[in-house]
Design a protein around this ligand. Structure first.
Ligand code: ARG
Length: 460
């Protein structure tokens, strides 16, 4: 069933139909499409463009269609091109003449722009909620681990001691930026394209402000050609999703390392691990690996839409139909990743003793030993050299700095006194780092307080 029968003399080829159609995937926009149509006809009636009787017949019919779709009673049969023609055809089938008036002052170009925007706006909010749930779990881990010492790494080499709270807090910051990005995007996309018509507005006295208001937008978009051909909001959303996926992937990578037989910093819960079909001893971090792996397809969606859009002249062109499948896939993927990742973190066991032992065995307190000497008047360069010698001495013997006797310390530098042990204990090393953003528990407590307050913001 075609909407443009008048001008055409031949039936379209089957392959052409299949290549052109979008109903198989844009059917997921049925609710947005119907909501948009109800707002449109409400405005049309208020402006005297259709009668109140027609409006009532149309909204009644549309609500019925919505209900039947939701109950699975109305089937999306193949002969329709897209969700817009499907809904309109079903409406006219049911209510007759008034159904044919719904499309007055509207084009599928502004209609699809609206549907996609409504969908993206809703999903952006849902994504923000999922990111927030993950952040809540991270905050709990942070609160419980203010004094769980662990090695901080640079170049994958043990560097200086930090705490688990501090390490996880770094991810909190990333996800908080993600959430603020989603919030910015939602605001920027919150302008209604309906009423832009095919590209040049319409000659009917539409009240675009009213339609925008009915649909909860901040206002109408301001240029009709841009309105129908803008997909920046899709690109921005995919870009934000790519960044979320990148953050999830980095965190997954760390968890995979931490869960390895060599590290054993964490143990992923059985529910989030899988076994091997051949090796009985295995418990694999599949979920973390999949979250890391799925990043590729999210980036792929972003690059695909950027590439599709780059050569499109104003205004609407069918290329833009390509925005849907990849956007839907990226949204579904990131939502699933967020949900599973949050579940995995909240059920994971952190082996605090292993982490602390690892920090000790890795000379992460070497900088602090040098600082000790500096505080006793030794120039930093010399202190660096002295501690370097001590480290070499320990490596030869397979011990930690803390395991050396005082006379061993003093054999390298007489400046060392009994209080060196306290000065290089994990507790002291971390506690003395009290500047804003540092791992010291006092600094961290304040940071956590601020994180809690930030979580209250942008509740969408
Ligand atoms: N399925 C189309 C899309 O997703 C809807 C708009 C079609 N407009 C048109 N003039 N063919 O972009």
């Amino acid at each position: 069933m075609k909407l443009w029968g008048g001008r055409f003399t031949k039936e379209e080829d089957q392959l052409v139909h299949e290549f052109n159609e979008s109903l198989s995937f844009d059917r997921r926009l049925y609710r947005q499409d119907i909501e948009g149509s109800i707002a449109h006809v409400t405005m049309l009636a208020r402006q005297g463009i259709v009668t109140e009787e027609d409006r009532d017949a149309i909204t009644g019919g549309l609500r019925e269609i919505l209900e039947e779709i939701e109950q699975g009673k109305l089937e999306f049969t193949k002969e329709y091109e897209d969700i817009h023609s499907f809904v309109e055809a079903k409406l006219t089938e049911r209510i007759g003449e008034p159904g044919k008036r719904l499309h007055t002052g509207r084009s599928r170009n502004d209609q699809v722009a609206l549907d996609m925007k409504l969908y993206c706006r809703e999903q952006t909010r849902e994504l923000s909620r999922l990111v927030r749930e993950l952040e809540q779990v991270l905050l709990t881990v942070m609160e419980e681990n203010l004094e769980t010492y662990m090695p901080g790494f640079t170049h994958m080499q043990k560097a200086q001691p930090v705490t688990l709270a501090h390490h996880v807090g770094a991810y909190f910051e990333m996800f908080e930026r993600d959430r603020s990005r989603l919030h910015d995007i939602a605001e920027r996309m919150n302008y209604c394209p309906l009423g832009a018509g095919a590209l040049a507005g319409t000659t009917y006295p539409l009240d675009r402000n009213y339609t925008a208001e009915l649909l909860g937008f901040a206002g109408p978009t301001l240029n009709s050609m841009d309105s129908v051909s803008d997909r920046d909001y899709v690109i921005e959303l995919l870009s934000a999703l790519s960044t979320i996926a990148m953050h999830l992937s980095r965190f997954s990578e760390e968890i995979i390392i931490w869960n390895s037989n060599e590290y054993r910093f964490v143990e992923i819960d059985d529910a989030y691990s899988t076994g091997s079909s051949i090796m009985p001893q295995k418990k694999n971090p599949d979920i973390a690996e999949l979250v890391r792996g799925k990043t590729g397809r999210v980036y792929g969606a972003l690059v695909a839409i950027l590439t599709t859009m780059k050569g499109i002249p104003l205004a609407y062109n069918k290329d833009m139909q390509e925005d849907k499948e990849l956007t839907f896939d990226a949204i579904d993927t990131v939502k699933n990743c967020l949900t599973l990742f949050t579940g995995m973190i909240s059920t994971m066991t952190f082996r605090k003793d292993v982490m602390e032992q690892s920090a000790k065995r890795g000379f992460t307190n070497a900088t602090d030993a040098a600082d000790y000497l500096v505080n006793h008047g030794v120039p930093f360069r010399d202190a660096h050299g002295i501690v370097g010698q001590l480290v070499l001495y320990c490596i030869d013997r397979g011990i930690a700095l803390d395991d050396m006797s005082l006379s061993e310390f003093q054999a390298v530098s007489p400046v060392f006194e009994e209080d060196i042990y306290q000065a290089i204990s994990m507790k002291t090393c971390v506690e003395r780092r009290t500047t804003v953003g540092a791992p010291g528990p006092e600094a961290m407590k304040q940071a956590i307080q601020m994180c809690r307050e930030r979580l209250e913001k942008w509740e969408q």
